[in-house]
Design a protein around this ligand. Structure first.
Ligand code: SF4
Length: 483
C-alpha cells in the first residue's frame, strides 16, 4: 500500500452484486418483497456496488429517494410491470437460474441495447472486416475499449453501456489489442486524440494501463489522451491509497512529460460524489501530475433533475480545479423511461443552473444528445413566425461540415430525443438525414456478414485508401467515419 496521504487510510475494495442482496445489512430493512423485486431487476439490469458507495455515499435514512441509491440500485420503475412481475414470480417459485436468465434476456433485447448505431456505424473497418474494441465515429477521436477495462467499480443504473455488462455486447479483445491500437492510430494521421474508455479503464492495474498508453506516447500526431472514468466518484482510493496509486500518478506524469495532454473525463452525477475527503484528495493528486479533470454526466430523473444540484456540482468542480464539461441528455437505451426528461425540461434545468455559476463554471456545454449523427446541442427555444421551435446544432458530427450549423425543430413538450423531433417549415427531414442514410447504406454494403476481428493484420494498407470519401456526386465533401 502507498503511505497514508493526508491522513487517509487505505481501504480494501469490496464489491456487492446480485448474489449479495440477502447479505447486505443495509438492505435488510427494506423487507423481503422489495429484496425479491431487486433480485428480479438485477437479473435484467447490471448491478454492482462497493463498500465506499454503500457506506460513505448513500444516505440510508432517505431510501429509496436517496440520489446515490437511485444511481446504483435497480428500482421497480425501471422495468415494465409485466416483465418485473413475471421474473419476480419465477424467483418466488424457485425457477432455475437458467430459466430466469433466459426470461431476462428477452427483456434485455427489448431495451435497445445498442443505441446510436454504436455497433453498426462506429466500429472501424479494415479490408471490409470490422475491428472490435474501437470506435471511430468522429474524425479526430478514436475510442478504445481495452478488454480488461470493461467493468466498473460500481454500475450506474442508467448506464448506456449496460448491454456489455450483461453479456450482450462483444466488445472484448484478443491478446494483441495494444498493438492494434498503436497501429491503427499510427496509420491514421487524422486521429489527434484517443479516448480510452469502458466500462472504466481505471479498474485496470497500472501495469496494464501502461501497456496501452506508453506506445501511444511515441506517436507524433497524437496530441491528447483521454481516459473516461467514474473511479474518482466510485472508488477514489484508486488514486490515493491503492497499492499502485503512486505508479498510476507517475504514468500520468509520463504522458505529460511526453508532450501529450492527458485529460480524465470524469463522470460525476451528483455533488455528493465530490464531497468526501478521499474524493477531494483523489482530485488533488490527479491534478498534481499535470492531468486535467473534465467533468461530465447525464441529466437523470431521480438523481440530478434539479438546477441547484448541477449548479452546486459545477461550483464544487471549479473549486477543486476541475473543468465542468458536458451535461448529457439520457440516451435512448435501457430503463430510459424511468430516467428521461423532456428536452425542454433538460434545457430549463441547464439554463437555470448555468445562470447560477461564474464564468469559470460556464465551460460546461449542454444539454447534449449523443445521437447517431453526432452530439446535438439544445441551444434553447425560439420562434420562427408563429411557430415555437427548438434551436439545435452539432457540437460534434460524423461529418465535420455539420458542426455549428444551427437547425430548427418544432417545439414539442414531450420529445426526449432527436428522433422524436420534426423539422420546421414543412421540411420532411433535417439537413443531415440524406447523408446519414447514405452512410448507413454504404456501411451495410461494406460489412455484409463478417465476424468482428480484434486485430489489424500486420500488412500495411495503402494510405490512399484511408479517409477518402466516396459520396455520390450530389453529396457535399467532408469526412465521414470510413476506414
Ligand atoms: S461508470 Fe460509466 S460505464 Fe460504468 S456503469 Fe457508470 S456509466 Fe456505465
Amino acid at each position: 500500500m502507498s503511505t497514508l496521504t493526508n491522513g487517509l487510510s487505505p481501504r480494501k475494495y469490496v464489491s456487492f452484486t446480485r448474489r449479495d442482496i440477502d447479505r447486505m445489512p443495509q438492505l435488510q430493512r427494506l423487507g423481503e418483497s422489495t429484496l425479491t423485486s431487486m433480485k428480479a431487476l438485477s437479473a435484467v439490469l447490471p448491478f454492482r456496488v462497493n463498500n465506499y458507495v454503500v457506506e460513505d455515499l448513500i444516505d440510508w435514512n432517505n431510501i429509496p429517494n436517496d440520489p446515490i441509491f437511485q444511481l446504483t440500485f435497480p428500482q421497480p420503475g425501471m422495468l415494465d410491470d409485466a416483465d418485473l412481475t413475471a421474473i419476480t414470480r419465477m424467483i418466488e417459485r424457485g425457477a432455475s437460474d437458467e430459466a430466469i436468465r433466459a426470461r431476462a434476456r428477452q427483456v434485455q433485447l427489448g431495451m435497445n441495447p445498442h443505441p446510436s448505431g454504436q455497433m453498426e456505424l462506429n466500429v472501424p473497418v479494415h479490408d471490409g472486416v470490422p475491428l472490435s474494441g474501437m470506435q471511430h465515429k468522429y474524425r479526430e477521436t478514436l475510442l478504445f475499449f481495452p478488454s480488461q477495462g470493461q467493468t466498473c467499480h460500481a454500475y450506474c443504473t442508467y448506464c448506456f453501456r449496460w448491454a456489455q455488462f450483461v453479456g450482450i455486447d462483444e466488445l472484448k479483445f484478443a491478446a494483441r489489442e495494444s498493438e492494434s491500437l498503436t497501429k491503427y492510430v499510427t496509420d491514421h494521421p487524422e486521429i489527434t486524440s484517443v479516448l480510452i474508455t469502458g466500462g472504466d479503464p481505471m479498474i485496470m492495474r497500472t501495469k496494464l494501463l501502461e501497456r496501452y498508453l506508453d506506445p501511444l506516447l511515441e506517436i507524433d500526431h497524437l496530441l491528447s489522451i483521454r481516459i473516461g472514468t467514474k473511479a474518482p466518484a466510485y472508488w477514489p482510493y484508486r488514486f490515493v491509497t491503492d497499492r499502485d496509486a503512486d505508479d498510476l500518478l507517475r504514468l500520468f506524469e509520463r504522458v505529460n512529460a511526453a508532450g501529450k495532454h492527458l485529460a480524465l473525463m470524469t463522470h460525476y452525477s451528483h455533488p455528493r460524489e465530490l464531497s468526501t475527503p478521499i474524493a477531494e484528495e483523489a482530485l488533488r493528486r490527479i491534478q498534481s501530475t499535470g492531468a486535467v479533470v473534465r467533468c461530465q454526466a447525464p441529466l437523470i430523473r431521480h438523481v440530478n433533475d434539479d438546477a441547484d444540484i448541477w449548479a452546486e456540482m459545477w461550483r464544487m468542480q471549479v473549486r477543486l480545479g476541475a473543468v465542468p464539461y458536458y451535461m448529457f441528455v439520457e440516451r435512448d437505451t435501457g430503463p430510459k423511461d424511468y430516467f428521461e426528461l423532456p428536452l425542454v425540461r433538460a434545457w430549463e434545468i441547464f439554463r437555470n443552473a448555468y445562470k447560477q455559476v461564474s464564468g469559470l463554471g460556464r465551460t460546461v456545454r449542454g444539454p447534449s444528445m449523443s445521437a447517431k449523427p453526432g452530439k446535438v446541442l439544445v441551444h434553447g427555444l425560439s420562434r420562427i413566425g408563429d411557430e415555437r421551435v427548438f434551436a439545435l446544432s452539432f457540437l460534434q458530427a460524423r461529418n465535420p461540415d455539420w458542426i455549428g450549423r444551427i437547425f430548427f425543430a418544432r417545439f414539442d413538450t414531450h420529445a426526449t430525443w432527436l428522433d422524436q423531433l420534426v423539422p420546421t417549415g414543412g421540411a420532411r427531414e433535417f439537413f443531415f438525414e440524406p447523408e446519414m442514410r447514405w452512410l448507413e447504406d454504404e456501411r451495410r454494403r461494406e460489412t455484409p456478414s463478417h465476424p468482428v476481428r480484434a486485430e489489424i493484420p500486420h500488412t500495411r494498407h495503402a494510405p490512399s485508401a484511408r479517409g477518402k470519401i466516396r459520396l455520390p456526386r450530389s453529396h457535399p465533401p467532408g469526412w465521414i467515419a470510413r476506414h
